[in-house]
Write a protein that binds this ligand. Structure first.
Ligand SMILES: [Zn+2]
Ligand SMILES: [Zn+2]
Length: 171
């Protein structure tokens, strides 16, 4: 099977401006072309009424059925609060070295739109980094630095350090 060249981006209930800005960020940082996916999800998929949150790996599993012949990676942007067993919340998750990733905008919100968008770009680049096989990085400025809180997200950049950049494929 031929490896696709495009990073597919799908937004579910996320503002169009953010999706377009995220696509621009992906093109800039990864150098790959971006295409938009318009698939829909079953309502309340992965919703846990006890927690009032959505289970990240359930969403990722269903999304991983989506396929386009020219697809390299697939990233979904969601407004729902995500969790994983054993964690209060997650900003996103990805298949390490796989194709699929999800990012939640829920905990990244700010009244400052620029800051909000910048946070989304960082988490998108981080999760896509995992799909390219990257692990967490000790460099505090590197986007692959692990973020446990918004302060951590704000402290890092949306770019990959020199070491991580070398592992990323070139378009
Ligand atoms: Zn991570
Ligand atoms: Zn790094």
């Amino acid at each position: 099977m031929q490896e696709g060249k495009f990073i597919y981006l799908a937004g579910f209930g996320v503002e169009k401006r953010l999706i377009l800005a995220t696509a621009k960020n992906i093109r800039e940082v990864f150098g790959f072309g971006v295409r938009f996916s318009h698939i829909t999800l079953p309502p309340r998929l992965g919703y846990n009424p006890q927690r009032g949150q959505y289970k990240g790996d359930t969403l990722l599993e269903v999304l991983s059925k989506v396929y386009y012949p020219d697809m390299l990676k697939f990233l979904a942007l969601l407004p729902f609060d995500l969790y994983e067993e054993g964690l209060n919340f997650i900003f996103g998750l990805a298949q390490l070295g796989g194709r699929y990733a999800v990012v939640s905008t829920y905990r990244l919100k700010s009244e400052d739109e620029r800051l909000f968008f910048e946070r989304v770009f960082k988490e998108v680049n981080h999760e896509l980094g995992h799909t390219f096989g990257l692990m967490h990085c000790k460099n505090k400025k590197c986007v692959m630095n692990f973020s446990n809180s918004l302060q951590d997200v704000d402290a890092k950049s949306r770019f990959f350090c020199e070491f991580c950049s070398k592992i990323l494929p070139k378009p």
